[in-house]
Design a protein. Structure first.
Length: 148
């Protein structure tokens, strides 16, 4: 047995490299179902949107979301957003990123937010679901007017 090891010594590096590749192959094959489930869950079912919390939202759209929110939820949401308009001190820094600031004000999500993103996600998700029928109804009404 020891005599055989003497002859296999030049191939030791290739043997270790092969074992490392087999280990990497097994890990990648086991991770593939997790990647596919993320693609299906986030990419297909949710249209690529991981959560309902916008990083930036127009003031008019935020006010539309506030229609059905309780005062407590409005306070929670407004604590985590900053209104950027032409009077804001950091207006110029946001102007390059959000071109809509030329026309209207924008709420931007704070980096040091108080509320957990999952809690905000719940608040926005509920509000968006409540407004979906209204949006569809107004769109269909507009389409009917255009067709006449």
């Amino acid at each position: 047995m020891l005599k055989l090891l003497k002859y296999s010594k030049p191939y030791l590096l290739m043997v270790l490299f092969s074992i490392g590749l087999l280990f990497a192959q097994a890990n990648l094959e086991l991770a593939l179902p997790d990647y596919l489930s993320n693609v299906v869950d986030t990419g297909i079912q949710q249209g690529g949107v991981e959560n309902a919390v916008p990083i930036a939202i127009r003031q008019s759209e935020m006010e539309r979301l506030f229609i059905f929110m309780s005062e407590e939820n409005k306070t929670v949401v407004l604590a985590d957003y900053t209104l950027i308009d032409e009077n804001s001190s950091d207006y110029d820094s946001y102007l390059d990123e959000y071109r809509v600031l030329f026309n209207e004000s924008v709420y931007v999500l704070n980096d040091d937010r108080i509320t957990d993103i999952e809690d905000l996600n719940q608040l926005f998700h509920i509000q968006l679901l409540q407004q979906q029928p209204l949006i569809e109804q107004s769109l269909s009404h507009l389409l009917l007017q255009k067709s006449r």
